[in-house]
Design a protein around this ligand. Sequence first.
Ligand code: CP
Length: 351
Amino acid sequence: MQVLTESLQLNRDGALHHLLSTEGLPRPLIERILTTADGFIAVGTREVKSVPLLRGRSVFNLFFENSTRTRTTFEIASKRLSADVYNLNIAASSTAKGESLLDTIDNLTAMQADIFVVRHSQGGAPYLIARHLAPHVHVVNAGDGRHAHPTQALLDLYTIRHYKGAFPSLSVAVVGDILNSRVARSDIHALLAMGVTDLRAVGPLTLLPTGLEQMGVRVCTRLEEGIRNADVIIMLRLQSERMRGALLPSAQEYFRNYGLTPQALRHAKPDCIVMHPGPMNRGVEIDSTVADGPHSVILPQVSFGIAVRMAVLSMVASSQRSGSHRAEAAAPGSTVPHARANAGESTARLG
Ligand code: CP
């Protein structure tokens, strides 16, 4: 399946029309998403947790793969924006009878869908949909195969900015099954776009893709070295469902060498934060003492995900493919001007 250039995401004015990947997203646009999310954080603390920005719009959640956090927080985000939300039950849908993805999309578009939130096991599926859609309909990638999980990366950036501030001075370690992780791909592109210069990919050689060094990422095969003096540690789940063949001797041996324990954590900065996109394999990539300990910001990541997804939904809904915008869906309290950056054309690819 061909993956189109990043510019498919942006309209002529550089506004977000679809969100497919963090690769090629210009830094000013990422900053605008984060600042727009700032304005939505307060909505979750109000007695009435909604704003009318997407009233009358229909958001269809199409999750062809399992999800707890992403599907639920997209639903909450859509409802807080006052959209009408429809969760397609894939197992009970006509997909089970062999209906094609694009036929499903056409039929839901005929039901006046405005935004599709799509998770699919096939990398590139959201791109296929984006190329197929009418100009007034939008798609947000909620995770496609091993390729990308852009809203996870954006909420990760939001979490890092919340706890650590400016990105360029930070040391960030991404640890674990980078080869099979769409979160790692999206995080790496997003962190590099935000100016992180000390970015490390840590794991056994069998789980590290080629091409990382060319992107400016330091590759470490020893955990202690990889997390030494780190400000931020992003742990990844072993994606056993995406592994082809035996890449590891055993989960026990993996934990011995790469599991984040209190002892290993002593190599990082004393005030480092520990992140994980979930779902966690306790005792495989992370010790429960660390997952539930004072350095962990794993549950705040989930909470921030609602505001970040509200920002993304409101921004795509306010863009037009032609470049002539509807009234801008500014978040309450947002004062950041409209980003006008052009679509960056990144050539760096993970192997
Ligand atoms: N982080 C993440 O994508 O979790 P879910 O699979 O539960 O959505």
